[in-house]
Ligand binder design. Sequence first.
Ligand code: IDP
Ligand code: MG
Length: 178
Amino acid sequence: MGAEQPAGPGARRLTGDPGRSHRMDRETLQPQAKRIEESYVSVERTLVLVKPDGVARGLTGTILARVEAKGYKLVQLKLVDATRELLERHYEEHVGKPFYEPLVEFMLSGPTAAAVFEGNRVIEGFRSLAGTTEPTLAAPGTIRGDFGRDWGLKVQQNLVHGSDSPESAEREIGIWFG
Ligand code: IDP
Ligand code: MG
């Protein structure tokens, strides 16, 4: 983990770099690449959801662009019509809270864009980009602060979800992409 992937075959064709010499370069450079890789701390992954309000408002691209512009790497992406069963697994920590059922209903109200982003400290980095849970109080400059507001509903429609720990990230990525 930690090393960037080489550009895809299309990029290689554009530069006219033949596949054979590319392979030789990789073999020659491998020991050095391995040393560089070992000098990095482990790369994290996080689950990012653009919730149904973000998708319905046409903000999916804008939101994902902010995460990419920050420098995190998009590694998986799909549009999902979440089922109740999936949402009950995803939000199991909130079972019994007053906003739980409205939250599940909200997440069932339309498609969600599910993405996995990768990068050092991406979990806290994304949550910082997202802003605090309540969009009224989220700082301007954050996703929730710039695009969210209180709509007077039982659940806060706050555009995005981001995993809150490496353990939740792996669990949630398994739920949405497993
Ligand atoms: P987070 O998304 O900022 O991590 P969580 O506490 O994990 O916040 O809550 C999950 C989601 O449930 C929130 O994003 C929000 O949509 C909703 N929510 C959380 N707390 C409340 C609340 O007190 N009132 C209404 N909705 C809430
Ligand atoms: Mg949470």
